[in-house]
Design a protein around this ligand. Structure first.
Ligand code: NAD
Length: 432
């Protein structure tokens, strides 16, 4: 089938290139001319394991095209995916301007029957708005509109797209879903067909629940630190309970990225609009932002005079396996370190180019050891495997003071004792 994907970011580019892997012919559209030029030249503008390979194969097979011209993409496509971003408004609600603008443009440009699939994360009621928008342009039912929220995780995006645990399709009429189901049935056995509103709420509830799990474990971690308990043991112990499960119970600096923070805040806004107080989710967000402040407080307690102190930082991306720094804990922690007057040396395997655009004034290092060299303390903000595998003897010998503050609990406290580090992590014993 000829498919058009509008919005060539993390979700769009992964969706488009995975669809070519299934034999479809895809046109990727984006309004960002620079991104499209880079894609046309054979570059993959985002870091995502396996993506460059997939894009290269699609290019070789002549199955992928790129354009900034929406009409060109839409014209020959039988199916159109909308994968544009839905960031936060100042009041926390989701900004739907891009989705609605794209819907309007599609409406103006379609002249034969199309299946339109809304994949962007949108609050309950949005698909109905998009439908009205399309209707207004067309004044006829020359399309079917489905909402199909995406659950892929950055860092595993290609794998997740191709191995979804479930596919959700929201529709007004179940007879409309055949074309999309035909695509997904090769990669997923669990396809849930429901109405637009349920599909929209499933996505937000999933992300809100995941965020709640993280804030929950971080709150318990705070207690652990005060009473001499170990959060990793506590999490393991509760995770074996099948009603709870082991995932998303890792204490640390909290959730970040382009999804959980904005989706929690949009869910709060949706609830409030519906007359619900959303007390739990407001606390979830509060616990998350406190977590970063508390982390820098640990440093201030240890080194009361920070002006001019060299601090090494490992990890800038919001999680390992990605170059995405949106809502990354590093943004908040580094802003605080700057206020304290520290000399900041950073290293990240993938995210330094993105971070440099926002913070050009930091010292960017060539490897993790350079960031540790002559540092008074080393902060670990992302749990990249490269940091887990670091030569701790070498790290210790390079640092001015052997102090590590680990926001991701990547080392065992006993191991750090052996290497004679002062070691502070989240919800576990301090080694000092
Ligand atoms: P992104 O910012 O990486 O990409 C969005 C792209 O859309 C950008 O390249 C932007 O230039 C383009 N765009 C915006 N307006 C446009 C327009 N009018 N015409 C053409 N292109 C336009 O965003 P993303 O991370 O891919 O997320 C997209 C959606 O998917 C969001 O709603 C997000 O919540 C959701 N989602 C994201 C993830 C994730 O892990 N990133 C996972 C699941 C769902």
């Amino acid at each position: 089938m000829r498919i058009c994907v509008i919005g060539s970011g993390y979700v769009g580019l992964v969706t488009g290139s995975c669809l070519t892997g299934m034999g479809h012919s895809v046109t990727l559209v984006d309004r960002d001319g620079d991104k499209i030029a880079r894609l046309k030249s054979g570059e993959t503008p985002i870091y995502e394991p396996g993506l460059a390979d997939l894009v290269g194969k699609a290019r070789g097979a002549g199955l992928i095209e790129y354009t900034t011209n929406l009409n060109e993409g839409v014209k020959n496509a039988g199916m159109i995916f909308i994968t544009v971003d839905t960031p936060c408004n100042k009041d926390g609600s989701a900004n739907l301007s891009r989705v609605l603008q794209v819907a309007e443009e599609i409406g103006k440009n379609i002249d034969d029957f199309k299946t339109i699939v809304l994949k962007s994360t949108v609050p309950v009621g949005t698909t109905r708005l998009v439908n009205e928008c399309l209707q207004k342009q067309r004044r006829s039912q020359n399309f079917e509109l489905l909402t199909n929220p995406e659950f892929l995780r950055e860092g595993n995006a290609v794998y997740d797209f191709l191995h979804p645990e479930r596919v959700i399709i929201g529709t007004e009429r179940s007879s409309y879903t055949k074309t999309l189901t035909n695509i997904y049935k090769h990669i997923c056995e669990r396809i849930i067909i429901t109405n637009w509103e349920n599909a929209e709420l499933i996505k937000y509830s999933a992300n809100a629940f995941l965020a709640a799990k993280i804030s929950f474990i971080n709150e318990i971690a705070c207690v652990c630190e005060e009473v001499g308990a170990d959060i990793t043991k506590v999490a393991e112990g509760i995770g074996y309970d099948s009603r709870i499960g082991p995932h998303f119970l890792k204490a640390g600096l909290g959730y970040g990225g382009s999804c959980l923070p904005k989706d929690v805040s949009a869910m709060i806004a949706t609830g409030q609009k519906a007359g619900c107080e959303m007390r739990l989710l407001r606390s979830v967000a509060q616990v998350n932002s406190d977590q970063r402040r508390k982390f820098v407080k640990k440093l201030s307690k240890l080194l009361p005079e920070q002006t001019g102190l060299a601090i090494g930082v490992w990890g800038l991306s919001f999680k390992p396996g990605t170059d995405d720094i949106r809502e990354s804990s590093a943004l908040e922690v580094i802003a605080q370190l700057k206020e304290l007057g520290c000399l900041i040396k950073v290293y990240d395997p993938a995210a330094m180019p993105n971070f440099k655009l926002l913070h050009p004034d930091l010292h960017y290092c060539n490897d993790l050891y350079e960031a540790a060299r002559e540092s008074e303390a080393l902060l670990i903000l992302t749990d990249w495997q490269e940091f887990v595998n670091a030569d701790l003897n070498k790290v210790g010998s390079l640092m001015k003071s052997k102090v590590i503050i680990d926001g991701r609990n990547i080392y065992e406290p006993d191991l750090m004792k052996k290497f004679a580090f002062k070691y502070y992590s989240i919800g576990r014993q301090k080694i000092d």
